[in-house]
Each structure stands twice: as structure tokens, then as C-alpha cells.
Design a protein around this ligand. Structure first.
Ligand SMILES: NC(=O)C1=CN([C@@H]2O[C@H](COP(=O)(O)OP(=O)(O)OC[C@H]3O[C@@H](n4cnc5c(N)ncnc54)[C@H](OP(=O)(O)O)[C@@H]3O)[C@@H](O)[C@H]2O)C=CC1
Ligand SMILES: O=C(O)C1=N[C@H](C(=O)O)C[C@H](O)C1
Length: 245
């Protein structure tokens, strides 16, 4: 995108190398750093875009806010409490954080439609499908969806989970009162189903992605453009697209 300039990059395995060379292009005079703090100390940035690992994303975001950068978070694994902490840190810094469990437009539309559906339908659950080796569960997509659906309303459960006859784990995990079922198997990449049902009929909202990471690019760049106008945290690409006209 011609309106952005890459000022730094982070990858421990390529630290010290030129970013252009590492991605198979001409050198671009951007040296890859081993950590976000090191990268931002070497070259300040308006925005940090984080696609790293659940174990480091919060520390990365806090390091960026301390250094005066806004933050776009794609990395999964953060809890509702983590986001509360990041919102407070962003407000203290007078900066914005935009986080989305999924930056694909199809996932953003699913979230938008699901919030409407939850206002009208009392029974719903979420199924999350990902590759067998995904380290976090539920996915960022499913976690954000369930947390936000649970804020719209707590879904009706017609049989209490704690009274289930058999292993209650088979009914999934509760995220903000919403049952989430995480499937981790080879052949899956990144999909989510939001199931809304009434007696006799079902609405199934499905986001289904393959391995092409470009589906996340436009949404990520949209967030990077808009985050400079934000103070505090916004969660969900759909909120950037649909809540503001
Ligand atoms: N919100 C969204 O739309 C999307 C979210 N994701 C999420 O983004 C995250 C990254 O996914 P993906 O790009 O597939 O992962 P990869 O493992 O392919 O890439 C992670 C990158 O982060 C670098 N990195 C820097 N610091 C660390 C660290 N401390 N620990 C681990 N890696 C580090 C890695 O390089 P090195 O090991 O050399 O440091 C690597 O280049 C996941 O949480 C995933 O769920 C993924 C796609 C879309
Ligand atoms: O690990 C992935 O690949 C992805 N992770 C994100 C998530 O946890 O939801 C988004 C997408 O599913 C790809």
C-alpha cells in the first residue's frame, strides 16, 4: 500500500537481515529486529501491526504503547481481561488499539450478522475449526465472537451443563456464557460457524478460510489507517466498517 512506509520488522529467526531480502525482494534498508521493543527503539513507528504469538502479543502491544505507537492486533490468544488492560494502557498513552480476532471481510460480516441474529434468537452456539497444531483455543475469531455474543444476551440452555450425564466437556467450553466447540484437525485451516436455532429451523453463519493469508491484508491495513483516530481499544473489524457508517 503506497500510503504506508515499513519502518521496522520483527522475527527472531531473521534478526539482523534486511526485510526485502528475507521476503525475496530487493533490499529495502529495513533491518529485522529480534523484538518489538528493539525495533521501535531503532525506528519509531506510528502503528505496530502484530501477528506473532499468543505468548508475546500483550507485551508487544504494551511496549508499543509505551513508545507512542498505536497498535493493530491480529494475534489470537488474548483474554477479555487482557483487553481491559490494553484498553487502559492505550487510554493512558492517548493512543488507539484495534484488535480483531479475524481481519477477513467474510469474518467481519459474520460478526455483524451474528450480533443481529443474537438479538432475535435465544439459542446459539459457536464451532471453531483450525489446524491440528494451532497453539491457542478457542481461536481469536471464535473467542471474540462468543464474548461479544454473550454481551448481546446469554443464550438459552435447555439442559444445565453441570447436570449433563456424561463428560460435560463434550458440550464445549463457556466463553461469556456462550458454548464454544473447538475442532483441531489436519485439513482445517481457519473456519467458524455461528449456529442460531429456533424450534424447526436453523440459521448457520459460516466463515470458511483456506491457507491464503492475503484475505487478512485489506482488513489489517484498514485498521492501520483508522487506528490513528482512535483512543483506547476497538475490538472487531466489523465495528470499524459498520459502526461508523
Ligand atoms: N486476526 C486475524 O485475522 C489473523 C490472526 N492470526 C493470528 O496471528 C498469529 C500469528 O499467526 P501466523 O502468522 O500464522 O504465525 P506464524 O508462526 O506463521 O508467524 C508468526 C511470526 O511472528 C514472529 N515472532 C516474533 N516474535 C515472536 C515470538 N516471541 N514468538 C513467536 N513468534 C514470534 C515469528 O518469527 P520468529 O519465530 O522468527 O520470531 C513469525 O514470523 C496467531 O495468533 C494467529 O492465530 C493469523 C491470521 C489471521
Ligand atoms: O492461526 C491462524 O491461522 C488464524 N488465526 C486467527 C484466529 O485465531 O482466529 C484467525 C484465522 O483463524 C487464522
Amino acid at each position: 500500500a503506497s500510503d504506508f512506509q515499513v519502518t521496522g520488522a520483527v522475527a527472531r529467526s531473521a534478526a539482523g537481515e534486511d526485510l526485502g531480502a528475507v521476503v525475496g525482494r530487493k533490499p529495502v534498508d529495513v533491518r529485522i529486529s529480534a523484538s518489538v521493543a528493539e525495533a521501535l527503539d531503532a525506528a519509531p513507528a506510528d502503528v505496530l501491526i502484530d501477528y506473532t504469538h499468543p505468548s508475546v502479543v500483550k507485551a508487544n502491544a504494551l511496549a508499543a504503547l509505551e513508545r507512542g505507537s498505536a497498535v493493530v492486533i491480529g494475534t489470537s490468544g488474548l483474554t477479555a481481561d487482557d483487553f481491559t488492560e490494553l484498553d487502559a494502557a492505550a487510554r493512558k498513552a492517548g493512543k488507539g488499539v484495534v484488535a480483531s480476532g479475524n481481519f477477513a471481510i467474510t469474518a467481519a460480516l459474520l460478526s455483524h450478522f451474528a450480533m443481529i441474529a443474537a438479538r432475535h434468537i435465544a439459542h446459539f452456539e459457536v464451532i471453531d475449526y483450525a489446524k491440528a497444531a494451532k497453539p491457542d483455543s478457542p481461536s481469536g475469531t471464535a473467542r471474540e465472537l462468543a464474548e461479544r455474543l454473550g454481551d448481546v444476551r446469554k443464550p438459552q440452555l435447555d439442559y444445565p451443563i453441570e447436570e449433563i450425564i456424561g463428560p460435560s466437556e463434550t458440550r464445549g467450553g463457556s466463553v461469556n456464557g456462550v458454548q464454544v466447540h473447538a475442532v483441531r484437525l489436519p485439513s482445517y485451516t481457519a473456519s467458524v460457524d455461528a449456529l442460531f436455532t429456533v424450534p424447526g429451523a436453523r440459521l448457520v453463519l459460516k466463515h470458511d478460510a483456506g491457507t491464503d493469508a492475503s484475505v487478512y491484508a485489506d482488513g489489517t491495513l484498514l485498521a492501520a489507517r483508522k487506528v490513528s483516530g482512535v483512543t483506547g481499544l476497538i475490538r472487531g473489524l466489523d465495528r470499524l466498517i459498520f459502526d461508523q457508517g
